[in-house]
Every structure is written in structure tokens, then in C-alpha cells.
Design a protein around this ligand. Structure first.
Ligand SMILES: [Fe+2]
Length: 342
């Protein structure tokens, strides 16, 4: 397993430097969920070891062929991090996992700027991905019973992340994160032609719906979801493949997309594509401390079904969105360099 996934290990001498940088940030911040933290983290990340910075920079700029990179070797003390939260709505401040949170933000900030969505947990950067019984059959991060189908994050939105990172704290259930980059595919000419035309639409996924954003910590109202409703009512036609052949981007969200009404040819091409992606899947069984970087422009991800250990040792992942250019989403924020898209 994982033979096709580029894996890099953090060396011991690199780890010493990383821990020093983490401690420096821990001395200044008690949570990573602050704009000031994100700004400072990006600067401090410039002191990461050269080899890691080069690796991450090459990944960000697509100088590597693959759309995903697995970084291993960051040790996690299973006792020290405490219980897996029972819900995504966990406290935004948790000293027991601050070290791990800073690590993920340091690495992620070497590939761009971390950000969040107002309509997804009120702009939280680092989401908790944990099994939730009520959501077990849904196309949501809390699901388990079903395959989480192929998607790029926020495929429906023009300001979707360029990259993202997923870090594993626990995965005793051995669920696999599914990965498929456009470079993994062999698309025949006739399908390539159809998939590169604006003959498809993508609706917002359920994580941006008001009913999936009920929190004990904050409150959003209907007004906040107005733009999501606009996307839902009037999705723009999009193409699945974008760019020159051989260097194209991939835009999919299997559960929330379709061909435009009546376009049977496009429907057939899309169906073929998802079957082919299943054949070219690169399942990754992440373990504690593994950090998976995904190029969201060219790589889709999903998850295999699994049987969760609901409780203190349940599967526990963290996820953050990364943009290559904070300013490009200025029309969607209250300030051009803000980190929360409204
Ligand atoms: Fe996802």
C-alpha cells in the first residue's frame, strides 16, 4: 500500500528545529485560531530546515509530478493529546494539542496561507474530522458507513483552496484516505474533450449548510448563508478539466455535481471518469503524526468506509485549507488580506 504516494520522513535533526519553533509560537499564542497566529506562523515557518522548505516549495509550485505528499515522522504522544472529541464542535482552545496544531500550521504555511470559511464552522482554520454517529451515512467528514466520494474541497466555490493538509492524530480503525490526482488518469480523447467543456454544475456540499453549523461556541444566522443559497439556486456551468492537456486542473465533487440537464453525453463522460478514478485510487492509511498535503487544484480525495470506535480513541484527523494568494479572494472578505471567506 502507498507505493505510489511520495513519502518523506522528517529527520531527527529537523525535528529538533521544529520543536524549537513550536515552543516559540506556544510562548506567544494559546490557540492557532487567530489571524495574528497565522501571520506569525508564516514568518516563523521560514526558519524551518532548508530541506523541508525546498520540498514544500517544490510541492506548492507543482515541480513534483504528484498532487499529494505524505510527510511522516512527527511523533505524537497518544496519552498527551487526550481524548478524541466527540464532535467537530470542539473547543477552539485545547492546550493538549497545541503542539500538533502548530506543527500542521507551520508545514501548511510553507505552501501558502491558511484560511477558513464563515459558513463552515464560523471560519475555523483547523477542523476536527471525527466520526459522528448521526452523520454516519452522510457525505460529511463525520461519516463512516459510506464511501466519502471523490471531491476537491469547496469545488463549488471560485475561491476554493489551492492546497490543503490533513494530519492524523489517531486512526486505530485503519480507515483509508483515498487520493487520485489528474496525473494518475489516462483519459481517452473523446472524454477529455467533453470533460474540458462547461457542461457540468457543482452545488455546495452539506458542510456549508446552516443545519450542519449548529454550535455551542458561536452562532450563525440565515443571513450568513445567503451566498451559499445563491450557489445552490444558480450553479454556474463548469468544466471538469481545465487547462492544457497534460497540465490540467481537476474539478470534481461526485456527490454534489452532475452534467447539465439533458446532456447525456456529458453524464456518460462523468460516470466514466469516476469509475476510472476508482481504478486509479491511491488509498493511504494514515497513522498518528502523518501529515498529508494535497494539491486541491489537481487532486481529489475521499475516504473508505470504516467501523468507528466512537469514544476517546476514535479516529481523529485535522484539516486546513491553504491558498496560494490571500488577496485573490478580496471580494469575498471584509478585508483584502483577511483569512475568512464570507
Ligand atoms: Fe474533504
Amino acid at each position: 500500500m502507498n507505493a505510489l504516494v511520495v513519502t518523506e520522513s522528517i529527520q531527527n535533526d529537523e525535528l529538533l528545529i521544529i520543536e524549537e519553533l513550536i515552543n516559540r509560537l506556544k510562548g506567544k499564542f494559546n490557540t492557532i485560531e487567530q489571524e495574528k497566529f497565522a501571520d506569525e506562523c508564516l514568518l516563523v515557518g521560514q526558519e524551518l530546515p532548508y530541506r523541508l522548505r525546498k520540498l514544500l516549495n517544490d510541492f506548492r509550485n507543482r515541480r513534483m509530478n504528484d498532487g499529494y505528499l505524505l510527510l511522516r515522522g512527527f511523533p505524537i504522544d497518544d496519552e498527551a493529546i487526550g481524548r478524541t472529541p466527540s464532535h467537530w464542535d470542539a473547543s477552539w482552545i485545547n492546550p493538549r494539542i497545541l503542539r500538533e496544531e502548530i506543527f500542521q500550521c507551520l508545514i501548511s504555511s510553507c505552501t501558502g496561507d491558511i484560511f477558513g470559511w464563515l459558513t463552515q464552522e464560523n471560519g475555523r482554520y483547523l477542523r476536527h474530522i471525527v466520526p459522528i454517529e448521526k452523520d454516519k451515512n452522510e457525505q460529511l467528514g463525520g461519516s463512516s458507513n459510506v464511501v466519502l466520494l471523490w471531491h476537491v474541497e469547496e469545488a463549488f466555490h471560485p475561491q476554493r483552496a489551492d492546497l490543503m493538509s490533513i494530519m492524523c492524530y489517531r486512526n486505530e480503525e485503519k480507515a483509508c484516505t483515498n487520493i487520485c490526482a489528474v496525473s494518475d488518469l489516462d483519459i481517452p480523447d473523446q472524454y477529455w474533450e467533453i470533460l474540458s467543456q462547461k457542461r457540468f454544475f457543482i452545488e455546495p456540499d452539506k458542510s456549508h449548510m446552516q443545519e450542519n453549523n449548529e454550535s455551542k461556541h458561536w452562532q450563525l444566522n440565515e443571513e450568513h448563508f445567503k451566498k451559499i443559497h445563491a450557489f445552490l439556486e444558480n450553479p454556474e456551468p463548469v468544466s471538469v478539466l481545465n487547462g492544457i492537456r497534460g497540465q490540467e486542473n481537476l474539478l470534481v465533487d461526485e456527490a454534489f455535481m452532475d452534467a447539465l440537464p439533458g446532456d447525456e453525453e456529458a453524464k456518460k463522460a462523468l460516470k466514466w471518469l469516476f469509475n476510472h478514478m476508482n481504478e486509479r485510487n491511491n488509498p493511504i492509511m494514515m497513522g498518528p503524526g502523518d501529515l498529508l498535503l494535497i494539491d486541491n487544484r489537481m487532486t481529489a480525495h475521499g475516504r473508505s468506509p470504516y467501523v468507528p470506535n466512537y469514544g476517546p480513541k476514535a479516529r481523529w484527523l485535522r484539516r486546513v485549507n491553504i491558498t496560494a494568494d490571500l488577496r485573490k479572494s478580496y471580494q469575498w472578505k471584509d478585508k483584502p488580506y483577511g483569512r475568512v471567506i464570507f
